[in-house]
Every structure is written in structure tokens, then in C-alpha cells.
Design a protein around this ligand. Structure first.
Ligand SMILES: Nc1ncnc2c1ncn2[C@@H]1O[C@H](COP(=O)(O)OP(=O)(O)OP(=O)(O)O)[C@@H](O)[C@H]1O
Ligand SMILES: [Mg+2]
Length: 376
């Protein structure tokens, strides 16, 4: 969508975020005024129109021809009026590897070698075929531990022990297969964009939804093809999981339950969702099975994180198209006693007031694209 010119008085440096999802491409252009981002343009283009057969709808964008993806991207750029060329693209979680490794304290010049060595153990494909990115995150955490006010003697002792344990460095390691990197570079080039960053989608998602807030959140992104669940602790993505069931499975389950074809079931899912009578719900086992599977996995990850670290998740943030399904948030509430919110990446950004309702509505699906454009 093109925004009115009144919002474009100052010519600011602009950045573009491109999220190539399974069901659509989302694009967001932001500029920055001091510490605040201003929304310049945004838009979404679906991969398949209503008539498209389910097979097409289910296809991963990675399998589509670069030229076809780039053509759609060019179309959405023209339609929205996005003018910046520097763009960050997201990578689906299943396409790359990320982990947090621990290294003993060492001089900076030795770190590169140590990271390469460690990466060999974690990355299941030859290290010569991946690009590795790393970021020290342990330092930041230590600083925070020191800031905490420990009131009792025990707490002080515990904090000191904790600090001793943290003498190692925690390094976030992300490995992207070169082949995938090349593919995205090619798509960007064809769409006349300059690829300035490729980020695994959980990182921009956390950036856009949590905006650096402290505390411990679990972010659940339920898209068309997959559900990504990650724990963000003190601003750092600590754990991420990818489930192979999501929006398309919910549509299929809806179709099985109602006898409607895929296209009709897709509409019913969005309009009625889980707002069914108790009798209907007990009949729709496949449907509730998918939804409860996502909720169960979220609970499992919360417990496993607590068992491993002693740290309790404080809130659940839902994102992705499925989070908008009627009755979905309520079903989460039935199982989890934590605060649960539907994420809105546009919150805190500057935009014309008349867009508030629309942006609140589309927010959950735009989190990745907003987070990419926020990257500097
Ligand atoms: N109001 C709604 N109710 C239920 N489902 C919805 C609603 N709006 C969108 N969806 C579903 O959300 C999915 C699309 O969400 P999203 O745009 O987040 O996915 P994506 O990013 O393309 O996919 P992925 O992240 O898996 O690659 C589709 O399955 C769509 O049917
Ligand atoms: Mg997505």
C-alpha cells in the first residue's frame, strides 16, 4: 500500500524487508527518525489465487523458479511504490542451522578458528558448503546478571556462582548453505534489489514483536507451511523449533470435517475457525488435533526451557496468519495460564492513524518483514 505524501516530507534513509513465505511475499519499507521507525510502504502478494490447486499452495517458495519469485517481487514493489534498493531477506527456519555454542575465554584472533571447528560438529553438511555467521551473546547476559539486585546472602552467592559458570563465551552460530544464499542473491538481483542481509526468520520476528524488551517470551509463528516456536530470553533467541504442521494442515482438517473443498475450507477456517459447538468440536478431531498439537509443543518447550535453565517463560506471543483464526487465542488460553498476546509489529511505529485497524489486523503476518526492515 502506498502511504500519503504528507508522510514523506523528509527524505530519509529507507530500508526494505522481504519475507518470502510459503503462501505469499510480504514487503515492508521503513525509514528511521531518531529512535523511531516510520512506515513508508508495505504490501503482500499471494503465490496462488483462489483457484490454485492445493499442490501449488503447499509448494515451498524455495522450489519455485527464481524468475517467478522475482517477477512477483517486482510487481509488489511497483504496486506499493517501495523505492529503497537495500533489502534484507528472511530465510525459512528449515533452510539453515542455528545453535548457541560455548567457548572458553580466548583472544579475538583465535575465535574465528574455534567457531569453524565447533561448527563442524553442529552443521550436518560439509562446512565448505555453508556460510557461517556468529555473534557473541554471553557478554550481554553477564552484564545483565550483574545489574540484578540480589537482596539476600543466598541470592548473592547464587549470583556469584552463576557468574563463575558464565566465564565461557556464548556464541550464536548461524550457518546458511551457500546454495541457498546464492538463490536469494539471484532473486534480489532479478528484482533489482541489493541484498544487504539474509536472516533466519526467527531473528527479525523477535526484533519486530519484542522490540528489545527484556524478560522471557515464547514466540509462536504459525504460517502456512510450518510453525516456528522460539524462546527469546533477554532479547536473545535462545531456542528455536520448527514443526511441520500449520495453516495448510488446518485447512485440510477443516475440509475433512466439513466435506468442503480446499478453497471453501480455507474461507470457513478464516470466518468460523474454532468457533464451533462443543458437539462439532468433538467431531472435528483432526482439526483440534493440529491446533492442540501446536499448543502442546509450545507447553513442552516452555517446560523443557525451565528444566534446563530454571527460567520461566513469562508471556506467549502469537504470530503468523493462523494466529488470527477465530477461537485460536481462546484455545491457547484454555491450556496455558500465561499471558498470551497476538503480536503486532507495527506497534510503536509511526504511521497514518487511519491505518490502525488494518495494521492491527495484518500485523501477525508482517512481523518478519517489519523486523527485517528494522535491521541496521
Ligand atoms: N484469519 C485467519 N484465520 C485462519 N487462518 C488464517 C487467517 N489469515 C490467514 N490464515 C492462514 O495463515 C496462513 C498464512 O500465514 P502467513 O502469511 O503467516 O504464512 P507464510 O509466511 O506464507 O507461511 P510460512 O511462514 O509457513 O512459510 C495460511 O495458511 C492462511 O490460511
Ligand atoms: Mg511466514
Amino acid at each position: 500500500m502506498k502511504l500519503p505524501n504528507i508522510f514523506k516530507i523528509f527524505k530519509q534513509e529507507r530500508y526494505v524487508g522481504v519475507d518470502i513465505g510459503t503462501s505469499s511475499i510480504k514487503i515492508v519499507e521503513l525509514s528511521k527518525i531518531r529512535d523511531t521507525f516510520r512506515l513508508e510502504n508495505y504490501g503482500e502478494i499471494k503465490f496462488s489465487e483462489k483457484e490454485a490447486p492445493m499442490e501449488v499452495y503447499e509448494q515451498s517458495p524455495l522450489k519455485m523458479l527464481d524468475e517467478d519469485v522475482a517477477d512477483l517481487l517486482k510487481k509488489i514493489i511497483a504496486d506499493t511504490g517501495v523505492s529503497a534498493k537495500q533489502a534484507a531477506f528472511s530465510l525459512p527456519v528449515f533452510s539453515s542451522f542455528s545453535t548457541i555454542i560455548e567457548l572458553p575465554p580466548m583472544p579475538k584472533e583465535d575465535m574465528e578458528k574455534a567457531i569453524q571447528f565447533e561448527a563442524r560438529q553442529y552443521v550436518p553438511i560439509p562446512i565448505s558448503e555453508v556460510s557461517i555467521d556468529s555473534l557473541v551473546i554471553g557478554e550481554e547476559k553477564k552484564k545483565h546478571d550483574e545489574q540484578k539486585n540480589s537482596s539476600s546472602k543466598e541470592e548473592i552467592q547464587q549470583a556469584q556462582q552463576q557468574k563463575l559458570k558464565k566465564k565461557h563465551l556464548e556464541v550464536l552460530l548461524v550457518a546458511v548453505p551457500n546454495e541457498i544464499k546464492k538463490k536469494y542473491q539471484h532473486i534480489a538481483e532479478l528484482a533489482e534489489l541489493v541484498l544487504v542481509a539474509l536472516e533466519m526468520e526467527t531473528f527479525p520476528m523477535a526484533r519486530a514483536l519484542l522490540k528489545g524488551s527484556r524478560g522471557i517470551s515464547i514466540v509462536v509463528d504459525i504460517g502456512a507451511r510450518s510453525t516456528d516456536i522460539c524462546i527469546v530470553d533477554e532479547g536473545v533467541v535462545r531456542i528455536s523449533h520448527n514443526l511441520e504442521f500449520s495453516g495448510v494442515d488446518i485447512t485440510k482438517a477443516y475440509s475433512a470435517f466439513t466435506g468442503a473443498n480446499f478453497v471453501e475450507a480455507e474461507v470457513k477456517k478464516k470466518v468460523i475457525g474454532l468457533n464451533l459447538t462443543p458437539g462439532q468440536l468433538s467431531e472435528a478431531k483432526e482439526l483440534t488435533g493440529v491446533v492442540d498439537g501446536i499448543i502442546g509443543e509450545t507447553e513442552r518447550i516452555i517446560h523443557s526451557y525451565f528444566n534446563k535453565t530454571g527460567r520461566q517463560v513469562q508471556q506467549v506471543v502469537l504470530a503468523g496468519g493462523v494466529s488470527r483464526m477465530p477461537g485460536f487465542l481462546e484455545r491457547f488460553h484454555e491450556h496455558l495460564s500465561l499471558p498470551i498476546v497476538i503480536g503486532n509489529p507495527f506497534e510503536g511505529l509511526i504511521y497514518p492513524q487511519e491505518l490502525t485497524k488494518t495494521l492491527n489486523d495484518i500485523g501477525p503476518t508482517f512481523a518478519v518483514a517489519v523486523g527485517l526492515a528494522m535491521r541496521r
